[in-house]
Design a protein around this ligand. Structure first.
Ligand code: CUK
Ligand code: CUA
Length: 640
């Protein structure tokens, strides 16, 4: 086992070296002008797909068009964004509230679209915060973060936010096992085996509104949950998680957590878990977590601190969780469109195991177990295995499907995407990636109905693909046409942060529902000013409220006097425009709360505590008309 590991690690290093020393000689170029044309979207024409891409450690989500690879928008989710005032305006600050207080950054790994009957429906897209465990719901009518829920008893939220086929639940598994929140956490780290637990969270989603709630959690043995996917069709009712570190190591994971020949895929019967919840089998335990919502009528976020959560004990209940052995540090865990095949990808394995849902059920029924792990039954590998894809490549990570019986798996070490047939497990095609691909995305590629025209590979290493930009190069994606038998690379495009997972969806499902502006007479913000005539300055002790309006191209009021040192000033700026694409910005010299960007019909507030006596110019930051430069004013700050 050890030698095997050493060999694999050596291979990994070798691959790293190869990447650094190799210069592709046109190897990765779109092979002809014909293929370049496939990615060409003429000026003024719309793209066919939206691509919703994880922003990795930027904490945000980006929106691209496909096949052009054009960047349309960065949606602020888990990190403050000065461009939009997100996390700076008084209205949006509560979105980033957590049980630890205001957390202005996170690491967004996976995006997952809402589904109806197993098909992507374009209503919402979910994103996970990997660092301070949270799940966000982004509304695809407004392209704004509508809700963020924190997850208690979790540390790192990597195996998330995957959903059931009618978006009943968004599911999340903790990356780091930790002592539960209600336990005394001040214990030696080397008591991992006794005291650390793994939790998976089931967040319910309301049908019409999309509102989330932490329905329940399942307490599992202390392993690291990595990725997951819901069953679909015949396997709807089950959820599958890849788990690594079944050695339960707490130090030098790179070596100690990779010793076993097999880790696990954990199969969770969530329909059964639901029954146990209804039957009152869950314990309500104390847990503090934030639940933040953005209200589209008041244009204001609220943050509520929750106090407890329902928890089911996987060990005590015996029949909600099962382990299936899966070779060497499984990463991706993907379910094919029929729901029958579950693909595990062991990062250090030289094969891809494909499990059969039917065989798994039979194995459970016939108790074909290989003992148990921490009280959870372990199904015999062969009893659940459909078959193995032999020698597919090095370092398999993630798999998506085309709905025509084929799977596409990424290989980090050998830098390629490999197409293989699910039935006979034969490799059909391979295409190089530049370099070291992580996730991949096919529109609807993890749903029941993929729309397999394109495949996008999200690469971890860029090296020589673009003009050098100092020590750090852009992150990048590559687009392939997969409509034929062979994959054909047609485009490189840069991405933001480090892209992990992404989703893509036909533009028709989103574009006509997109909000163009907010009706000013429906604005319920407490500090709205519905007409220029109502603009005013109101003093309450040392607190000053400026009710301000903006319309092309002036603010009202635009000269503000009477502010004194020691005052706390709130600028409530209402954008009176009633037209598409006319935001106004708002900035004050020296203000530490960045700027505001106010959509037509919206009110947003900047809090300002002047730091000295003097004249402070303010201005609109968004070029809104020929007289944009004139959209400015002065604030006078006088001594106390
Ligand atoms: S992970 Cu990034 S390549 Cu965080 Cu989904 Cu696999
Ligand atoms: Cu308003 Cu520029």
């Amino acid at each position: 086992m050890k030698t095997n590991l050493t060999k694999i690690l050596a291979l990994l290093m070798l691959a790293g070296l190869t990447i650094q020393s190799c210069k592709p000689k046109n190897a990765g170029n779109a092979s002809s002008s014909g293929s370049a044309e496939k990615a060409y979207v003429a000026p003024g024409k719309y793209d066919e797909f939206y691509n919703l891409v994880s922003g990795g450690f930027s904490g945000q989500m980006s929106v691209y068009g496909l096949p052009s690879g054009r960047l349309f928008r960065v949606i602020p989710v888990f990190s403050v964004d000065p461009e939009k005032g997100y996390g700076y305006s008084e209205e949006t600050k509560p979105m980033l509230n957590t049980s630890h207080g205001f957390v202005p950054w996170d690491d967004l790994h996976h995006t997952e679209l809402s589904q109806t009957n197993g098909e992507v429906d374009g209503r919402w897209v979910f994103g996970n915060a990997n660092n301070t465990p949270r799940v966000a719901r982004i509304d695809l009518a407004s392209f704004k973060t509508a809700e963020i829920i924190e997850l208690p008893n979790s540390a790192g939220n990597h195996s998330s936010p995957f959903i059931t086929e009618n978006t009943e639940y968004v599911v999340a598994g903790t990356r780091f096992s930790v002592p539960p929140d209600n336990a005394n956490g001040d214990i030696p780290i080397n008591t991992y085996k006794e005291n650390f637990k793994g939790y998976i969270s089931f967040i319910s989603v309301k049908k019409e509104s999309g509102e989330m709630d932490l329905a329940f959690q399942i307490e599992c043995p202390g392993v690291n949950f990595d990725l997951s996917h819901a069953g679909k069709g015949k396997s709807n009712g089950w959820f599958f998680f890849s788990c690594y570190n079944t050695e339960q190591a707490n130090t030098l994971l790179e070596v100690n957590a990779s010793q076993r020949d097999k880790d696990f895929i954990m199969a969770v019967n969530w329909k059964k878990a639901e029954e146990y919840i209804k039957a009152g089998k869950a314990k309500r335990i104390a847990a503090k977590y934030a639940h933040n919502k953005y209200n589209e009528k008041t244009h204001t976020a609220t943050s509520e601190m929750k106090k407890d959560v329902l928890v089911l004990d996987a060990k005590a209940l015996k029949d909600i969780c099962y382990f299936i052995p899966c070779p060497k540090s499984p990463h991706g865990c993907d379910v094919d469109p029929t729901g029958e095949y579950i693909v595990g990808s062991g990062k250090l394995a030289a094969l891809i195991p494909v499990f059969s849902f039917d065989k798994m059920l039979k194995a459970i029924e016939g108790k074909q177990f290989d003992g148990s792990f921490e009280g959870i039954p372990v199904i015999k590998y062969e009893a659940a295995l459909y078959g193995e894809v032999k020698k597919p490549g090095l370092g398999p990570l993630h798999t998506e499907f085309d709905g025509k019986g084929n799977a596409y798996t990424t290989f980090f070490v050998s830098s390629e995407v490999v197409k293989w047939n699910i039935k006979d497990l034969k490799v059909l095609d391979r295409a190089p990636t530049y370099y070291s691909v992580g996730h991949l995305c096919i529109p609807g590629g993890d749903s029941k109905k993929p729309n397999a025209k394109y495949l996008i590979a999200y690469n971890k290493i860029t090296k020589d693909r673009y003009l050098p930009t100092g020590p750090e190069l852009t992150q990048s994606a590559q687009l392939y046409d997969i409509s034929g038998d062979k994959m054909e690379m047609i485009l490189d495009f840069p991405t933001i942060g480090e892209p992990h997972y992404a989703q893509a969806i036909s533009a028709d499902l989103i574009k006509d529902r997109s909000i163009k502006f907010y009706k000013i007479n429906e604005n319920e913000n407490k500090y709205v000013t519905k007409g220029e005539g109502q603009a005013k300055v109101v003093r309450e002790g040392n607190v000053v409220h400026v009710y301000m309006t903006s319309i092309r191209s002036h603010f009202a009021p635009d000269n503000i006097e009477g502010i004194k040192m020691g005052d706390v000033v709130y600028f409530h700026v209402t954008n009176l425009e009633q037209d598409w694409d006319v935001p106004h910005g708002f900035a004050i010299k020296g203000a530490t709360n960045a700027e505001l960007l106010i959509m037509p019909g919206e009110t947003q507030t900047m809090k300002w505590e002047p730091d000295k006596v003097g004249i402070f110019p303010m201005y609109c930051t968004d070029f809104c008309s020929a007289l944009h430069q004139e959209m400015s004013g002065y604030i006078r700050v006088s001594p106390k």
